[in-house]
Design a protein around this ligand. Structure first.
Ligand code: A2P
Length: 279
């Protein structure tokens, strides 16, 4: 007696490390965010990333499929019950061309081993924290901005976000606006929200109140004038960088020029860098 191969119990491939999608929000034709259930045992530090993805197409010869995974910063804070991610949609990207179609109830693969350098442990104490992002590089800062330790460790937090278009700023702006209503953070942020948190969004390819790359705006001194703060120094300033590769390299060189030194988990210093995911 043989059981038919179409038996659903055996024919349905089981995803390794499967997690259920609970929410999906689309911001522009290039950007979306989604949430998944958090594995009970998973712990992470705000600012870290994990590998997530979907099963790839089956190999035509063997019929076997392999997981297609990419590094994604966790955008939710470490105390949250769900995990949030913020993603680009690349039309011919192997993963995001498919991932952009997920809806609540779908399953994705999530390898529950968070790592990363955009963490408080990699910075030595300072007064002012700069968070420099382009595009989806805002994601780890979405986590850190909702983490009470960020406000306990620093007197002032400056978040710069450079995007091509105005619509790409929505996710970050909404998140920062929502911080004001956050009861958990109200205590640590205290009085004077906009003195403690300075938000500096800029666009490069669409008209907005502040145009230009943050790197150019800093080099000209315009950003410091707008923000009412001096150029960063190793005595007072700490920084985290997360954007596209060219941006990371340019900003890193600028910070080194100001005298800041790159830190790591094993050797905390003045600034840390991580590349935003690109499919
Ligand atoms: P630009 O439009 O002038 O290229 P992308 O979507 O390509 O990752 O870019 C996100 C944002 O980062 C864009 O506004 C882009 O500006 C900006 N950008 C790209 N490279 C750099 C760089 N080397 N320094 C500063 N900003 C950059």
């Amino acid at each position: 007696e043989h059981k038919p191969l179409t038996d659903t119990a055996t024919a349905t491939p089981v995803l390794p490390d499967a997690q259920t999608v609970t929410e999906v929000k689309h911001y522009t034709d290039r950007l979306f965010s989604f949430k998944v259930a958090r594995p009970q045992s998973m712990r992470f530090r705000s600012g870290e990333f994990v590998m997530i993805g979907l099963m790839g197409e089956p190999n035509p010869k063997t019929g076997k499929a392999k997981p297609l995974l990419r590094a994604y910063s966790i955008a939710s804070p470490s105390w949250d019950e769900e995990l949030e991610f913020y993603s680009i949609k690349v039309p011919d990207g192997p993963l995001t061309s498919r991932l952009q179609h997920i809806t609540p109830g779908d399953q994705i693969i999530l390898r529950p081993k968070p790592v990363g350098t955009l963490v408080h442990d990699a910075l030595i104490p300072g007064k002012r924290l700069w968070l420099f992002a382009t595009g989806t590089g805002f994601a780890p800062f979405a986590s850190l901005l909702r983490e009470p330790q960020t406000y306990e460790d620093f007197d002032e937090i400056i978040i710069t976000h450079t995007c091509r278009e105005v619509g790409e700023l929505t996710y970050g702006r909404d998140l920062i606006e929502a911080l004001k209503e956050d009861e958990l953070l109200a205590e640590v942020i205290g009085e004077g929200f906009w003195q403690k948190i300075k938000y500096y969004p800029t666009t490069t390819r669409e008209e907005s109140p502040k145009m230009g790359r943050i790197t150019d705006l800093m080099n000209s001194g315009e950003a410091f004038k707008d923000l009412g703060v001096p150029q960063p120094t190793p005595e007072t300033d700490r920084a985290m960088i997360c954007g596209n590769l060219a941006f990371n390299l340019e900003l890193k060189a600028m910070l080194e020029n100001y005298g800041l030194e790159e830190g790591a988990n094993s050797k905390p210093a003045h600034y840390v860098v991580e590349k935003a995911f690109l499919d």
